[in-house]
Design a protein around this ligand. Structure first.
Ligand code: ATP
Length: 200
């Protein structure tokens, strides 16, 4: 089974690509979903998050306030590193577990690992090739602002704290340009899938 890493900065279009790949019957392991499960109510990791970031990142009902976590870790490099060590290592381990399960099913020619922090967490060690979704920054900001209804400044701040696109591009095997229409995006994916089919 060929494992494809799929990554990209905020609002680049990873989820859109993942959804299209799922439509094409390619299984997708979603690192974001796994990481959300790890911080869901009752997760054994929550007490460690409370010690690291404090009560301020929790809602009154005890659930994690993801926006408060983001505000907290993205304004302090040390905290970001500690939080990543806590959550992302376990996320990476569980991603690998799910990929192994898919492999054991022995019926998928390919599977995708959708991971916003693929390179940052060195998850490319699990993949055979890596696809980077890119779009020009203004387009990404417009799309995220429309999707989430948050201020452009907050999106820019988050963008600036992410690994620069150029660095990501140097680690990727394939660059998918998502500055255009959805049709243009899907055509690129179709071509990649066609190439993969011809290679197997
Ligand atoms: P995040 O990093 O924030 O999770 P993402 O990389 O998964 O984002 P998406 O959610 O797929 O990005 O895309 C961001 C927004 O832009 C979504 O609302 C999506 O529907 C929209 N979008 C993605 N690609 C296109 C496109 N080519 N044309 C128009 N809208 C698009």
């Amino acid at each position: 089974m060929r494992i494809i890493g799929l990554t990209g900065g905020i609002g680049s279009g990873k989820s859109t690509v993942s959804a299209y790949l799922r439509e094409k019957k390619i299984p997708v392991v979603d690192a974001d979903r796994i990481s959300r499960q790890l911080t869901a109510p009752g997760s054994p990791l929550l007490p460690a998050v409370r010690i690291l970031l404090g009560e301020k990142v929790f809602h009154e009902d005890g659930t994690l306030n993801r926006q408060a976590v983001a505000d907290c870790i993205f304004s302090d490099r040390e905290l970001l590193r500690s939080y990543e060590a806590l959550i992302t290592e376990e996320t990476a381990r569980r991603c690998l577990e799910e990929l192994r399960q898919l492999e054991a099913e022995d019926r998928w020619p390919a599977a995708v690992l959708d991971a916003p922090l693929l390179f940052e967490c060195e998850m490319q060690r699990y993949t055979d090739e890596n696809w980077l979704v890119q779009a020009d920054p203004e387009t990404r900001i417009d799309r995220v602002a429309a999707r989430d209804g948050i201020a452009r400044k907050a999106i820019c701040d988050r963008m600036q704290r992410q690994m620069p696109d150029q660095e990501k591009a140097s680690l990727a095997d394939v660059i998918i340009d998502n500055s255009g229409s959805l049709d243009e995006l899907y055509q690129q994916i179709d071509r990649l899938l066609e190439r993969m089919e011809n290679e197997t």
